[in-house]
Unconditional design. Structure first.
Lengths: 301, 254
């Protein structure tokens, strides 16, 4: 079974990678399995300076998923380059860095600093719903999405994947805009803004009040959006949102994703990515595919 | 830390809404310190795992003992698991309490409610080293008492309940023994209790074990963070992997 997938700047031995924010910088999961089995690794978001993130509680359980409002806690781009990326260097797995910021300039600065040969691609986070400035503001306004994509492209030679927000009326419009601005690929979707309220305290459970909903609850939304966008753009899509089984992965491929990222399922089962990688060839065979590539976009006819 | 399906060898209610759960598996041989925890997947219906601290380890039986309180739907569902069932467990997590006191020294253990269990394994390890253990245990009421006799077998015990139905009425901070001979304190319980203990025992070397809502429980998601003091200068640290045990002077308690 051929599980290999080629994406701009990335040769993936299989289409499965952990999603940004759900895998830290890899260290914690390396005690469970050899990270070299992964198709790629998308590391936690980097900002220009160190960020402490939001107050706790930062997570709440929901039906078939969870809310989170971490708020981009990270040691800053230089801390990541110095203290986190060297750990991943020995693994035979491409690393995709997630770039975040409050301003256009910050996105550019982070992207430029990460273009030092330690990562193979950038995923630009214009869709974090849990920070006051930047984040989703860039991802819900086509004009700003265009600007940030073009600015990041000017700062780097690396392939640039734009991570889209589902918190929009017309995701196709944003996708087409960032493609026009030079994006090499898309990541979709980020979390959907949600809230839970504790009946006893009468207050939102998460201190940020709102959080990003992830898990199987959002999978149908992601599948629908990828299906819509696949028809309208010619750049590849990394699909994500609630993946827990290899059947989920087939669904994503058929909708139009060329690769997939596994997010909060890593919290339920730290071995999930490895298990899915082991199982995928059998599932492809079961549905009559000879390769991953054959399944991509298969639901479009 | 590993993920494994552990077998339930004992499961019973030992106090009001408080259960003893004994699990057999390899994780029991990986526990390094008291105060470490395991992360339990109750069922596929509950998305997040539930962190529960380890109350005891039996190397002979290859088991760990957990004591948990029903706090919501997830822990309620856990009460339905039977002896012989298997549970999906990740652990042992966290760093736990350092057990470094020397023979002849004295320790003060202060536990509140479901923060008491990890102190039991700690008390066993300390007494095994020849450390004299003094415990102050606070419960809501008489119906909530558990492990009082077990602690008494290891040293002196001061008992408090909120309603006075057993022991002294009040909080653990109302029943602290003379501190003259205490070399080190260890505490675990509700955050308001920890805050008051820290204030009252200011200047005495100690260790505080913190509880927080967790995501992954292995240090990757940054959900269960805790603010550190300015002098500590680490910003937010992770309760699951940097803790759950911290020095009182390192952390900001709210």
């Amino acid at each position: 079974m051929r599980t290999h997938v080629q994406l701009p700047g990335l040769q993936l031995k299989n289409p499965i990678m952990p999603a940004s924010g759900c895998f830290g910088f890899g260290k914690e999961f390396a005690q469970f399995y050899d990270l070299s089995v992964l198709g790629a690794i998308i590391i936690k978001a980097a900002t220009g300076e160190k960020r402490f993130g939001n107050p706790t509680p930062r997570v709440a359980e929901t039906a078939s998923g969870m809310l989170n409002a971490i708020g981009l806690q990270n040691p800053g781009v230089e801390g990541i380059i110095k203290h986190e990326l060297p750990f991943l260097a020995p693994y035979e797995t491409p690393v995709i860095a997630n770039v975040a910021g409050s301003t256009l300039e910050e996105y550019g600065e982070v992207a430029a600093k990460l273009s030092n040969g330690m990562v193979q691609a950038l995923e630009v986070n214009i869709s974090c719903p849990n920070v006051k400035e930047g984040g989703v503001q860039f991802g819900t306004d086509p004009e700003r999405a265009f600007e940030v994509t073009r600015h990041v492209k000017e700062q780097t030679e690396l392939p640039v994947y734009i991570k889209l927000s589902p918190n929009v009326t017309d995701v196709v419009a944003i996708a087409k805009t960032v493609e026009k601005a030079g994006a090499d690929g898309l990541s979709m979707i980020n979390t959907i803004t949600g809230m839970r309220i504790d009946p006893r305290s009468r207050k939102p459970i998460i201190s940020n009040q709102t959080g990003g909903l992830s898990g199987p609850a959002i999978k149908p939304i992601a599948i629908r959006m990828i299906h819509q966008v696949f028809k309208e753009v010619s750049i590849p899509i990394i699909g994500m949102g609630g993946i827990e089984t290899t059947d989920d992965i087939i669904e994503y491929l058929l909708a139009g994703a060329s690769a997939v990222a596994v997010g909060s399922a890593n919290f339920k089962n730290p071995n999930i990515c490895k298990n899915l990688i082991d199982e995928l060839p059998h599932t492809l065979e079961k549905y009559g595919f000879n390769s991953v590539e054959e399944a991509i976009g298969g639901a479009h006819y | 830390m590993i993920r494994e399906w552990m077998s339930i060898v004992n499961h019973q209610e030992i106090a009001s809404q408080t259960y003893l759960l004994e699990l057999q598996g390899e994780i029991s041989s990986l526990v390094k310190r008291p105060g470490q925890f395991v992360h339990i997947q109750v069922s596929s219906q509950y998305f997040l795992r539930r962190p529960v601290s380890i109350a005891d380890v039996s190397p002979v039986k290859g088991t760990i003992t957990l004591l948990y309180k029903v706090m919501g739907d997830g822990t309620e569902a856990l009460t339905n698991k039977r002896i012989g069932d298997k549970l999906d467990i990740v652990g042992p997590g966290g760093n736990g309490f350092p057990v470094e006191q020397k023979e002849g020294e004295e320790a003060l253990l202060i536990g509140g409610g479901i923060g008491i269990p990890p102190l039991y394994y700690l008390a066993k390890q300390l007494t095994a080293r020849g450390v004299k253990v003094n415990s102050v245990l606070g419960y809501r009421s008489k119906a909530d008492l558990f492990y009082v006799e077990e602690f008494k077998a290891l040293g002196s015990v001061q008992l408090t309940t909120n309603d006075g139905s057993a022991g002294k009425q009040g909080f653990v901070t109302d029943a602290l023994p003379s501190l003259a001979n205490i070399d080190q304190y260890y505490t675990c319980g509700p955050s308001i209790m920890l805050k008051n203990v820290k204030k009252k025992l200011d200047g005495l070397p100690g260790y505080i074990s913190i509880e927080e809502r967790m995501g992954c429980g292995i240090g990757a998601c940054f959900a269960c963070v805790l603010e550190t003091t300015e002098s500590c200068g680490k910003g937010y640290v992770r309760v699951c992997s940097d803790g759950p045990v911290f020095r009182p002077e390192e952390v900001v308690l709210s």
